[in-house]
Design a protein around this ligand. Structure first.
Ligand SMILES: [Zn+2]
Length: 283
């Protein structure tokens, strides 16, 4: 299993590709995109009640409803979630994994925090009890392909890549809920290695499945001590100020540092936002 994530775009100072492409796109396409985005901004205003948490915990500051079919995360896309300063969304990829996923769930529970897990289908199928625990504890169970192919979905034929996506979503849902409905309960997908293609992105958008990149990450695919990883991700967060943060719940160094990371978020005044799909997307 490959769990390397190669940043496709790291120069955040470069002009937004959206600006560049906008002039070349048909007005109808642009209008549809902006319409979806305004819907997303509207979703940000329609806040649901966050779960009640003990005051000594970090907790959840708000629940953000994400409309169907958006593509967010500035490492891969022109736009990201409409987060305010010091708001973070916590995401974990590649699990569920023995030992580390449970440790991270314990740490999140201790701080009354909810996260989003992007599962590998074959891992979900192998460890359904961990997936059911994620659902039971209020986390968002999202999708990250069936086998996380080392060559990435971008290098597969379209039909094979689409099958990887669909089989993964079905395996995740079967593990989480015991059934599959043909469409994912949580229409959230993240490409392995962030390696997407325009036809796959278009296909997911047409099907109402939102695609998540990230705004920053812990680089936890590189071996380092938990302390080094904590300093690295906190430094990146201080620079970015907000964003979708990517971790891997398959990594022991990540499981070891998450309690200190959550404590640091609280100490530094960060707020955790929990993401859920819109009713239209949740089936
Ligand atoms: Zn991955």
């Amino acid at each position: 299993m490959s769990i390397a994530h190669i940043p496709p775009r790291t120069d955040l100072s470069s002009p937004s590709p959206f600006v560049c492409r906008a002039g070349r796109r048909a007005a109808a396409v642009l209008g549809a995109f902006l319409g979806a985005w305004l819907q997303l901004l509207g979703g940000a205003q329609a806040r649901e009640d966050a779960p009640a948490c003990p005051p000594e915990t970090l907790g959840i500051s708000r629940v953000l409803t994400v409309p169907a079919g958006v593509q967010v995360g500035t490492k891969s896309f022109p736009e990201t979630l409409p987060l305010e300063d010091k708001e973070v969304v916590l995401t974990f990829d590649d699990g569920p994994w023995p030992g580390t996923t449970a440790a991270i769930l314990d740490a999140l529970k201790a701080q009354c925090v909810r996260a989003t897990f992007f599962l590998i289908g074959e891992n979900a199928r192998a460890r359904p009890a961990l997936v059911k625990r994620q659902v039971a504890e209020g986390h968002t169970v999202a999708h990250h392909s069936m086998t996380h192919p080392e060559k990435t979905l971008a290098k597969l034929p379209f039909d094979s890549a689409r099958a990887e996506i669909d089989q993964g979503m079905a395996a995740d849902d079967a593990a989480a809920y015991g059934t599959t409905a043909g469409t994912p309960r949580i229409p959230f997908f993240r490409f392995p290695g962030f390696a997407s293609t325009p036809p796959l992105l278009e296909d997911l958008k047409r099907r109402g499945i939102s695609v998540f990149g990230a705004d920053l990450w812990a680089s936890d695919w590189n071996v380092m001590s938990p302390g080094q990883q904590l300093a690295l991700v906190l430094g990146r967060l201080e620079s970015a100020g907000r964003g979708i943060v990517l971790f891997h719940d398959t990594k022991a160094q990540t499981a070891a540092m998450i309690p200190a990371f959550l404590a640091a978020l609280k100490e530094r005044g960060y707020r955790v936002v929990h993401i859920v799909p819109s009713q239209a997307g949740a089936r």
